[in-house]
Design a protein around this ligand. Structure first.
Ligand SMILES: [Zn+2]
Length: 326
C-alpha cells in the first residue's frame, strides 16, 4: 500500500481529495505533519458559499493552511490552494474545498471534534484542550450549527407547540421561543415579544402547516393568543398550568369572599338594594371582577367532571393526530 493511501486513510480524507505530497516539520515541541492536498478535477470551481459551479476569478491569497486533527503525538496541517471564483449569486468568493467549511482555518474533522468537546464540557475547556481561542470555538459552533440546521426542517410535522417568551441580559430584552411538545425541542426563536414576532413564526411556518397545528399552548399573554387565533384557526389554545392554577385560585378567593359578603350583607341589612350595593362595592375595592376570574368562577361553579372529560377528549385527539402524522 502506498504511503499516500495510508496517509489518506489515517487522516480520514474522502475520495474527492488528492494528496500531492507530505513533509514532517516541527511545531514547537511537537512534530508537525504537513500534507499538501487539492480537490479532484470534478470538484473544482464551485462557490464556497452555495456550491454552484462558477468561472475562475483569481488565485485569491495563494496557498492556505488548515489545521487538521492531531496524528498521535504530532500536529497536522493540510495545505492547498484557495483560488476565488465568480459566483453569480455571491460575487468573487473563495472556492469550495471538501475538507473544510467556508471561511475557516480548520478542517471539518477538527471542527466537529472541537464542537463535540464544547458540547460535552464547555467552550473554555475545549479551547484549552486544543490550544485555540474561545472565539475560535464559538465560530466553529456557529458554522457546525448552521450547516446542521440547513439539513433539517425543524418546522415540519408540527402538531402541538408551545409559545412563550424568555428574558435575556439586563433590561427588558426578550426572546420569543417556540417548542415542539412531541420532541421537547426548541424549533424557533427570535428577538422581541410582540404580535409581529409571533406573526414572523407563522410566516415561516406557512399557511398549510399552520392549518395542521392541533394544539398551541401559551400563557395568558394577549400578543400570543390573538395571533394564534388569527393564524392557526384549527388549533386549540391550551393555557399553561401556572396561569390556570393562578386564575382558579383567584376565582376561589373571589367566590368565597363574595359569599362572605352576601352572608354578611344579608344578615346586617336584609334589603335587596343594600345587597347589590355591597357586592359591587366589594368587587371594586378588591379589584377581583376581572373577565378571566369571572369566567373561571363560572367554570368552577359547574361540575368539574366536564373539565376532565374535555381534557380526555383533547388527549385522544392528540394521540390520533400523532399516529396519523407518523
Ligand atoms: Zn455562491
Amino acid at each position: 500500500m502506498r504511503v499516500k493511501s495510508v496517509l489518506k486513510t489515517v487522516l480520514g480524507l474522502c475520495a474527492a481529495v488528492v494528496i500531492c505530497g507530505f513533509e514532517l516539520a516541527s511545531d514547537g515541541d511537537r512534530p508537525n505533519v504537513v500534507v499538501h492536498v487539492r480537490p479532484k478535477a470534478g470538484r473544482r470551481g464551485r462557490c464556497g458559499r452555495c456550491g454552484t459551479v462558477s468561472p475562475w476569478f483569481d488565485n485569491g491569497g495563494g496557498q492556505r493552511r488548515w489545521r487538521h486533527v492531531d496524528v498521535a503525538y504530532a500536529t497536522c496541517d493540510l495545505v492547498g490552494a484557495a483560488p476565488r471564483v465568480s459566483c453569480p449569486a455571491h460575487g468573487p468568493t473563495v472556492a469550495e474545498v471538501s475538507w473544510a467549511r467556508h471561511d475557516s482555518w480548520f478542517t471539518r474533522a477538527f471542527e466537529d471534534l472541537v464542537v463535540y468537546d464544547a458540547i460535552s464540557s464547555n467552550k473554555n475547556a475545549a479551547a484549552s484542550r486544543y490550544g485555540i481561542s474561545w472565539r475560535a470555538v464559538e465560530n466553529m459552533c456557529v458554522r457546525v450549527a448552521t450547516e446542521a440546521l440547513g439539513r433539517v426542517d425543524l418546522l415540519s410535522d408540527l402538531v402541538a407547540i408551545a409559545i412563550d417568551e424568555v428574558k435575556y441580559k439586563k433590561g427588558h430584552k426578550y426572546l420569543t421561543v417556540v417548542c415542539d411538545h412531541l420532541t421537547g425541542r426548541v424549533i424557533w426563536a427570535a428577538k422581541g415579544r410582540s404580535k409581529e414576532t409571533v406573526g414572523a413564526f407563522f410566516d415561516a411556518l406557512g399557511e398549510k402547516r399552520c392549518a395542521e397545528l392541533a394544539f398551541v399552548s401559551c400563557d395568558g399573554a394577549e400578543w400570543i393568543r390573538t395571533v394564534v387565533a388569527d393564524r392557526a384557526t384549527e388549533a386549540i389554545v391550551c393555557l399553561d398550568t401556572f396561569h390556570v392554577v393562578k386564575w382558579a385560585t383567584d376565582a376561589l378567593v373571589f367566590l368565597y369572599s363574595w359569599r362572605n359578603v352576601l352572608v354578611r350583607t344579608v344578615s346586617l341589612c336584609g334589603r335587596r338594594g343594600s345587597l347589590r350595593a355591597g357586592v359591587a362595592d366589594h368587587g371594586r375595592r378588591r379589584g377581583e371582577f376581572t373577565p378571566v376570574s369571572a369566567r373561571v368562577a363560572v367554570l368552577l361553579s359547574s361540575p368539574m367532571s366536564s373539565l376532565f372529560m374535555a381534557r380526555a377528549d383533547w388527549s385522544v385527539s392528540l394521540s390520533s393526530r400523532t399516529s396519523a402524522s407518523s
